[in-house]
Write a protein that binds this ligand. Sequence first.
Ligand code: HEM
Length: 268
Amino acid sequence: MTDVFFAKKFTAGCLTEHSLAELMRTFTVMISAPSQSRSGPHPIFLWLLSSIGKKTIVALTGIVLLAFVAGHLAGNFTIYLGRDWLNWYAAHLQSLGPMLWIIRLFLLGVLVTHIFFTMLLWHENQAARPKKYIASDPVGTSVFARTMRLSGLVVLAFIIFHLAHFTVHLINPQFSHMEAMLDGHQVHDCYGMVVLGFSSLPVVIIYVVGLFLLTCHLSHGIGSLFQTLGLTNRRLHKMIELATRVIAWILYFGYISIPLSIITGIVK
Ligand code: HEM
């Protein structure tokens, strides 16, 4: 039964609008099948090894990462409300204590899974690709689609730089000693740190370029995850493509507005 399901998915190439429900149904049957009737690897393992299984994992982890990127932007936007708001937001996050570490480890796990399954899929596509197409790019795919791996790698480098900058304070060690008063308590001056961090033009350029590549990645990624989860069809395709680009560019302009407002002196 599982083989027939996967064979159908492979020959179809991509999922139809009803396939999410079909996928969920088959998945439920697979995991609830009595273990004594099975021989060989567990069906979940087989599903994970299938193309559609890997694509679904990439899509689901992508949704979690996208939710983080949107939520992080909302939190960062408190900078426009003033020093106390951003410092309150940062202090509130720190006060989560061990819970913050659980969230951090969860996000790290999601990121690693997203990258790992993307690499598995890429490897699979390379192996299945006929030699004569190796030098030519597929006609009709956008530049965002063709540069997914490259933009993904640059996004990873950007995240590492960002963590070294604002979380580990490797680039400016004085960030660790910046303090401010909030409701009579001494807290880390996150606002002062961000303002000082973005008063350097090279740093602003790194963010504007890094965030641009994140946008390219998201622009194609959000559309693909709708397709992988079977939430699109020919009629909806154009609309989803447009909505995807709009969301990605809203996030881009939202994020770059912060370094640009600081370097131009609007936020000080
Ligand atoms: C202009 C853009 C951005 C600004 C101003 C910004 C600001 C910050 C600040 C201030 C922190 C440290 C918070 C603290 O320790 O109190 C932080 C942490 C972090 N940022 Fe960003 N961020 C930006 C873009 C991004 C993007 C695009 C991503 C992901 C793709 C991202 C992912 C993270 C992560 C994972 C952390 C670590 C969170 C933690 O350990 O608690 N940031 N960011």
